[in-house]
Design a binder for this molecule. Structure first.
Ligand code: FA5
Length: 340
């Protein structure tokens, strides 16, 4: 029996060396250690030996078993290592290749446009003031001279969060906030920000867009200052020859109210597709701050006066760059965004 054990060990070690992949290794293991494997069978036959030979055989058999197991583990490790080396060789990776460059990105066209506006207004003494996007109904309408059920509320289709909280439909509620914060100082600020309207999206209208509000409050402010400021703005942005046209309009928070148009930058007033053959492009809604609004902001309208204006950001950029659809601004198409 001991002789058979020796032969089996030698044979097993020899065949182990010839296994060259994991399948062959599994096969080897089954052949010697499986339920009907050679070593298992030999170990089981210990019962056939005379009782006095059993301990010596058992001891020798266990040593053989241990040596084979150790050899098996070592060979399996070698095979795994060889496989890793083969796959590294096969899927060679050149770590010295340069990486794919990631561009640093740049400012969005809206941000660029807003910053251009800020720079122009800064030269005229206007500071930037930021007010919140989420507003109360009272601030967005009530304080701006539109109590509940005022028909002018229909001018702005509103996203309501609940009965009192809304997404601001325009930057005008910021007027009240800045007045309450600055009283009794005179004010000259521009208020940029996103506005939200529950409206049909078209090539000219988004449901989210930016506005820039302007507000000046002082002791001797007249409509002439307002018109002068808007004219200067248009000329600094679009060139010194620009002309402005003032139309009478209506906003509940200004009295009197106006709308300012600029002669079309494409056709200089002759009429083209851009200005819908009118020769004029609208640049802002504006007016003298209504006494009720001044009072709501804490300023006595007997002593103080002011002007305010509100202009879009995307629509003028559309005109400037000849973009034909406002939806391109926020659809995140890099082919569009990279151009500016
Ligand atoms: C207003 O929102 C007033 N608050 C402006 C104002 C301020 C008047 C202060 C008087 C004093 P209006 O609804 O016209 O006005 O919007 C102003 C500008 O926002 C428009 O001229 C346009 O450029 C832009 N705008 C309005 N709706 C959209 C829209 N759906 N998509 C893109 N731009 C828009």
């Amino acid at each position: 029996m001991l002789e058979r054990l020796n032969v089996l060990e030698k044979e097993a070690l020899k065949t182990l060396k010839t296994t060259s992949d994991s399948d062959a290794l599994a096969e080897w293991q089954k052949r010697y250690f499986g339920k009907k494997g050679a070593l298992t069978t030999l170990l089981r036959s210990v019962g056939d030996l005379p009782a006095e030979d059993r301990p010596a055989f058992g001891k020798a058999a266990n040593q053989v078993k241990q040596r084979l197991e150790t050899a098996y583990e070592a060979h399996a490790r070698d095979l795994r290592q060889a496989e890793v080396e083969r796959s590294l060789e096969r899927d060679r990776l050149d770590v010295t290749l340069p990486g794919r460059p990631i561009g640093p990105g740049h400012l969005h066209i809206t941000t660029q446009t807003l910053r251009e506006y800020f720079a122009i207004f800064a030269e005229m003494g206007f500071q930037v003031y930021e007010a919140p996007d989420v507003e109360t109904d009272v601030m967005n309408f009530g304080m701006l001279n539109m109590p509940p059920h005022h028909p002018a509320r229909d001018m702005w289709d509103t996203f309501y969060i609940d009965d009192d909280v809304i997404l601001r439909t325009h930057t005008s509620p910021g007027q009240i906030r800045v007045m309450r914060e600055r009283y009794p100082e005179p004010i000259r600020v521009v208020l940029p920000g996103k506005c939200y309207r529950y409206e049909q999206i078209t090539a000219r209208s988004e449901h989210q867009f930016y506005q820039l509000e302007g507000l000046a409050v002082g002791h001797a402010i007249t409509m002439t200052y307002l018109i002068g400021t808007l004219t200067e703005f248009a000329r600094r942005l679009y060139g010194p020859d620009r002309r402005l046209r003032i139309r009478s309009s209506y906003f509940p928070f200004t009295e009197p109210s106006i709308e300012a148009d600029m002669d079309c930058i494409l056709c200089a007033g002759a009429g083209c597709r851009m200005c819908k053959y009118s020769g004029w492009l609208e640049i802002a809604g504006a007016g003298m701050v209504h006494p009720v609004v001044l009072r709501n902001g804490g300023y006595d309208p007997e002593e103080w006066g002011g002007f305010a204006f509100g202009m879009g950001v995307e629509r003028p950029a559309i005109v400037k760059y000849g973009i034909d659809d406002i939806r391109l601004f926020y659809s995140n198409d890099l082919r569009f965004l990279r151009q500016f």
